[in-house]
Design a protein around this ligand. Structure first.
Ligand SMILES: Cc1cc2nc3c(=O)[nH]c(=O)nc-3n(C[C@H](O)[C@H](O)[C@H](O)COP(=O)(O)OP(=O)(O)OC[C@H]3O[C@@H](n4cnc5c(N)ncnc54)[C@H](O)[C@@H]3O)c2cc1C
Length: 333
């Protein structure tokens, strides 16, 4: 029997989330490297998803395991995890990949625990080692090294990857082949009271969504103050762009977590990324290193961010940021 790489298809507002297509594209490449007719398959849980399953086939999923029921409309780990774990136990995929999203980050480990296997979370790349086993790359030790996570003695080898890390490629269409999951055995779980999802409330986006901005101004710990952060916001607004941040800028309370970039934040690919007071830790770099032109302002000439920058500005943010704002303002007058 040929080996299988599984991707769990995430659903948002009744549609397959983009991260799923990114993961399918990567899974397809890995399947090619594994050889021996390795197939890509997908799991899909929700309500009224028959049509959406067709999109997964168009993106290379040879088979889709579909658990579809009105009671599965809203994500609940209590019901989703046993369904997916039972499916994996019955079909033995070699690799099982989830999006490192809010739901995928909870669901993946819950499935892994049931299968008594391991899961590499928030990976920045997925490779195969010389034995064609999964080698998941995860920043470690504060982002100073990239750890290689292997799971050599348990199957499936599981991993989660954030949206935006892999590129959604042109689909490799497959005929739609859906296997409906028999949900009869889960009736008791459906009826059990306990953790129950009752609705979804989405926070409205503030300003231009980060992943759509062509110009991103990113502030790090070196920004130094709320006042400087506000200047960064004004500058981004004038340039028609968006602001992004590193973890310390969030921790300082200058901005919210919604626009953090990196392993625990978003992955972005703007045409222009300008970083102010950012050291260049791997946890951050892995979320912005696909940007077009990278310009960095840092007072330390040996800062690692300079190694991934096209233009380096060695200087003090306290001087450069207000001067830049004034220069852009006067240019626009
Ligand atoms: C599990 C885990 C997940 C993480 N996920 C993320 C993530 O998703 N995103 C993320 O960003 N981080 C993440 N981190 C944190 C990450 O490891 C780094 O600590 C962080 O990216 C460093 O942010 P920074 O560059 O703003 O701060 P610092 O490393 O403190 O760098 C500040 C820089 O500013 C410069 N500077 C200081 N003052 C000035 C000035 N006046 N003018 C000019 N330059 C100045 C300094 O020279 C220095 O280079 C994570 C950490 C862990 C452990």
């Amino acid at each position: 029997m040929s080996k299988k790489i599984w991707v769990h298809a995430e659903v948002a507002d009744g549609k397959i989330a983009n991260v799923t297509y990114e993961l399918l594209s990567k899974a397809y490449d890995l399947a090619g490297e594994m050889g021996d007719g390795t197939e890509v398959e997908a799991t899909l849980v929700g309500s009224g998803l028959e049509e959406e399953a067709g999109h997964l086939a168009r993106f290379g999923a040879k088979k889709i395991y579909l658990a579809d029921d009105s009671k599965l409309k809203l994500y609940s780990p209590v019901i989703y995890a046993p369904i997916l774990a039972d499916l994996a136990a019955a079909n033995s995929p070699e690799i099982y990949i989830f999006g490192a999203t809010a739901t995928g980050s909870a669901l993946g480990p819950a499935v892994a625990a049931r299968l008594k296997t391991g899961m590499a979370a928030h990976c920045v790349n997925l490779l195969l080692d010389e034995r064609k086993q999964l080698k998941a790359l995860v920043p470690s030790f504060g982002g100073k090294v990239i750890g290689e996570i292997l799971c050599p003695s348990k199957l499936p080898q599981m991993a989660s990857v954030k949206p935006g890390i892999f590129v959604k490629k042109d689909p490799v269409p497959m005929p739609k082949r859906v296997e409906k999951v028999d949900l009869g055995v889960y009736e008791k779980l459906f009826d059990a009271k306990g953790l129950e999802a009752v609705g979804v409330v989405r926070r409205p986006p503030e300003g231009l969504p980060l992943n759509e901005a062509q110009v991103v101004l990113c502030g790090g710990y070196g920004i130094g103050s709320q006042e400087n952060w506000n200047t960064l916001e004004k500058l981004a607004h004038l340039l028609g762009g968006a602001t992004a941040s590193t973890r310390p800028a969030v921790d300082e309370g200058w901005t919210g977590e919604h626009n953090m970039v990196g392993t625990s934040g978003q992955s972005i690919r703007p045409k222009v990324y300008i970083g102010f007071g950012i050291s260049g830790a791997t946890h951050h770099i892995c979320g912005m290193n696909e940007s077009g032109v990278v310009i960095s302002v840092n007072r330390d000439e040996e800062s690692p961010i300079f190694q991934v920058s096209d233009f380096l500005v060695q200087g003090d943010v306290n001087v450069i940021l207000p001067a830049l704002l004034e220069a852009v303002k006067s240019e626009m007058e």
